[in-house]
Design a protein around this ligand. Structure first.
Ligand code: SF4
Ligand code: SF4
Length: 441
């Protein structure tokens, strides 16, 4: 039974839809005691999972049960914020009478959806840096991923997902769209952009990336949000300011006040993350401070050190990300077990409302319209790499007619990856090493 479910998940091309897109059929080759559904959706403004849970609670539970069946886990916990009342209610209804499943209510803080935070909230355990959740007997899957698993076991591949389009658009909305839908079409469906000079963030406002060219962006299996902000919005300036320019300012302005470390959620879990130490090492050109890498390796790139901690307007999270990348490239591993969790961790949590205020996003956190589905676009672009691992190899050629759900990209033999499928029926109009374009006919 395990192999049968894993095969179905593999054929459907399911990946971690709330993160970097790790292939789910590989992730589930483990034997956890507990499956945790990450229904926290902690990025400000984004409401993709909230509406998914309201609409498809039954399917999310079916996904949980399939994962539990295939991994042998005896317990399933759905961690959802109590502020998402309707979603929590729907999930509660869907687990009613199922003894192995329960709901865990979370406070509205950022980053409640960080894997380490959610595991600690549910199990009281902290995973050593560099280890996987299975170390604590857990596997964690996001709500959208579980929905995709529920479809996979019915033989339906991943061709759609929920996306929030918000910020400086006339009619912000959350809707279910085909994978490969052009971001430009979605901006049009949201009533269009309200200003001439704007930037587009792909993903959540804090952890997402600024699109270099929004007209060349298309929805992938991991796109949960499209946020439009004025080009001179502080968040955009922070994300796009030249790295060396920032470093120069940091060298003269960092006063080693330590506030960045005090607000760091990974530091408060005893994981040894210390952004102020990274700043010291960079500004003093003293890499010895980073000898064991512990100060950087446990970072989850949430950005709180920058957006909430630093009063000198510096960007420690960008420096720590750079240092972490370099350490990982050198294969430096953390050798330390987690230290003590800060006894005042609860008091140190960053309320989402405060994060919205500090990032200048409060006015965009509106009642976002919820639309079931949108009109199918004329053309979709299916990227061959929407996951961790190697890109898929195209298995169609220009001129081919494809049906919705047909595989258009396969994973090379013995490589890590996830299949990609046509999200609309139509004609293949372009094939490259990066994508397959399909036009509706
Ligand atoms: S981005 Fe900053 S606050 Fe977030 S985990 Fe990394 S160091 Fe800590
Ligand atoms: S909060 Fe800012 S000024 Fe203080 S140590 Fe961190 S980076 Fe430096």
């Amino acid at each position: 039974m395990k192999e049968e479910i894993l095969k179905k998940i593999e054929f459907a091309g399911v990946v971690g839809a709330g993160g970097a897109g790790f292939p789910t059929h590989v992730k589930l080759r483990c034997s956890p005691l507990t499956v945790i559904a990450n229904c926290a959706e902690c990025e400000p403004i984004i409401k993709s999972d909230k509406y998914l849970m309201e609409d498809y609670a039954k399917e999310i539970i079916e996904g949980m049960e399939a994962v539990m069946q295939c991994t042998g886990a005896k317990k399933g916990v759905l961690a959802v914020k109590h502020k998402n009342k309707k979603a929590a209610e729907e999930l509660k209804k869907a687990v009613s009478g199922k003894k192995s499943l329960s709901i865990h209510l979370l406070n509205n803080y950022y980053p409640a959806g960080d894997e380490q935070q959610i595991i600690y909230e549910v199990t009281g355990r902290v995973i050593p840096v560099g280890e996987l959740p299975i170390k604590a007997g857990c596997v964690v899957l996001n709500a959208q991923t579980l929905y995709h698993v529920s479809q996979a076991v019915k033989g339906i591949p991943v061709t759609r997902r929920n996306v929030t389009i918000a910020g400086e658009v006339k009619e912000p909305m959350t809707t279910e769209v085909p994978i490969g839908m052009p971001v430009s079409s979605l901006l049009g469906l949201a009533g269009g952009v309200t200003m001439a000079e704007y930037a587009v963030i792909i993903g959540g406002p804090l952890m997402g990336r600024v699109a270099e060219n929004p007209w060349q962006e298309f929805v992938t299996k991991t796109t949960n949000g499209i946020i439009v902000l004025p080009v001179d919005h502080p968040l955009i300036e922070k994300k796009t300011d030249d790295f060396n320019h920032q470093l120069k300012i940091a060298k003269s302005a960092c006063c080693q006040c330590n506030y960045c470390t005090l607000v760091c959620p990974r530091s408060n879990l005893g994981l040894g993350v210390q952004p102020h130490k990274i700043m010291q090492a960079l500004t003093l050109n003293n890499p010895l401070i980073l000898a064991d890498g512990q100060a950087a390796l446990g970072c989850c790139n949430c950005g709180l050190c920058t957006y909430l901690g630093c009063n000198m307007n510096l960007s420690p999270h960008r420096f720590i990300a750079e240092v972490r990348t370099q350490l990982l490239a050198k294969k430096v591993k953390s050798s330390q077990e987690p230290g003590n969790v800060n006894p005042f961790r609860n008091e140190s949590k960053a309320p989402s409302k405060r994060v919205l205020q500090r990032t200048g996003l409060t006015s965009y956190d509106t009642d976002i319209r919820h639309i079931g589905t949108v009109q199918t676009p004329r053309v979709v672009r299916i990227f061959l790499k929407q996951h961790i691992g190697v890109p898929c190899t195209p298995v169609v050629k220009e001129g081919d007619f494809v049906k919705k759900g047909q595989c258009v990209g396969a994973v090379p033999k013995k490589a890590l990856g996830a299949l990609v499928h046509a999200s609309i029926q139509g004609k293949v109009v372009s094939v490259s090493t990066e994508y397959v374009d399909i036009m509706k006919v």
